[in-house]
Design a protein around this ligand. Sequence first.
Ligand code: COA
Length: 497
Amino acid sequence: MYRDRIRLKSLWGKVVTPEEAALLIHDGMTIGMSGFTRAGDAKAVPLALAERAATERLKVTLMTGASLGNDVDRILTEAGVLARRLPFQADPVLRKAINRGEVMFVDQHLSETVELLRSRQMGPVNVAVIEACAITETGGIVPTTSIGNSATFAILAEKVIVELNLTQPLDLEGMHDVYIPTRRPFREPIPVVTAESRAGLPYIPIDPSKIAAIVVTRKQDSSATILPPDGETRDIAGHLIEFLDREVRQGRLGRSLNPLQAGIGTIANAVLHGMIDSPFHELTMYSEVLQDSTFELFDAGKLTFASGSSITLSAGKYAEVLPRIGSYKGRLLLRPQEISNHPEVIRRLGVIGINTALECDIYGNVNSTHVNGTQMMNGIGGSGDFARNAHLAIFVTKSLAKDGRISSVVPMVTHTDHNEHDVDVLVTETGLADLRGLAPRERAETIIRNCVHPGYRELALDYHRRALQRGGHTPHLLEEAFSWHQRYQQTGSMRPA
Ligand code: COA
């Protein structure tokens, strides 16, 4: 049954149980595992590792593309297997272990992990565990719903375990473009000049003798929890579409815009969904995660091509799209995340990057990762790769969090992931602040006027007015800059009593 998916017959004898494969992994090793935003993750070997950890000391450094599904991060955390984790996660149990200081989490730009490995600034990778839908006649690994960092993990690892997932449609074959940049400092330009450019192979090329074990699995990807658009996300989408329409009318963009990137989560998905009713057409995406909205835009005839690193869908969309994934062939490519997120390509294509902020400040600095400056949420993900290099770096957020007890726009962010120099546009449901070409004093004026919720606007204006009296290029009252956060911690609300 599975043998037709292992086309290099000499590998047939490598099929083992997950428990047997997991024996290749020892305490202290560094493991590179497939998985990007719940898609294409290894699903069996990590569970066997967690079981082994009940009876022996087993602590590893785990690298992936991005977050994992199937509760793998939770299970590995609870089993005490994770010593270090990078470059991204989104699991509530792991998050708590990170914030207790029990797991050392290295929060990295998603494009950078394999550069650091390739140049031996990190690593080595001892074992790679990669989900595949097939192995080619030459031993090449055909990934499934994501590529992430899988290609370089497999190429650099001493040993490779393949998880051959029989539920992943063979129609995925041909939808991957595995291009590995040449070594620095004599690197060739990356030959991706449009979202559609094919630059590499449809599989991960490795020496088949490195494939030490093959495990057959039948578990599906976990679905993403995408909440349907609400009034506020619709308003955010509305402001953004109006802004982009103005860019078109003023001749700065064409009706097809530039390739779009949208970050993870409900807000970014809703913003893209809003493009269905926009005046734009023949859109393209050069993004990392292709969510429900990508397929809605395809099916609405608005999108002509999508390039990403993973297909991450809600349960309903997964059931609807995966069986007919072949119908998107020629319109969709999955790339290694170092290419989907590559600064050179993002800058060349003039990508419009839309990412979500946890909080931003009146000068336009953005915190995407740390609640109250200390508690890790998920990680920076690819937001920095895109924001720093985009034609337009747009950040969206609802103006309020926690039922209005938190203002998402504050005097000073408690942690900076994207500084004012990398943020062009801020959007909340109350309005849009176009910050391009503005000095800090002007930025503060437009952000407070357009993006702060009316319930906090007077408070923000008062702070800024008094800061202006002190002077400076970026006026602040240092003793008060975090007073909103302190008030939230002391009283449960940023609003004064
Ligand atoms: N202070 C404290 N908590 C806040 C907050 C703030 N200013 N703003 C939002 N939150 C909380 C929300 O209440 C919610 O909490 P809950 O899980 O207990 O309900 C949580 O943060 C998520 O916020 P939500 O409004 O549901 O947004 P989201 O699902 O779109 O996620 C980010 C927002 C910022 C956490 C998410 O986009 C992220 O991790 N971004 C960084 C990575 C990234 O940008 N990648 C882009 C390329 S993939």
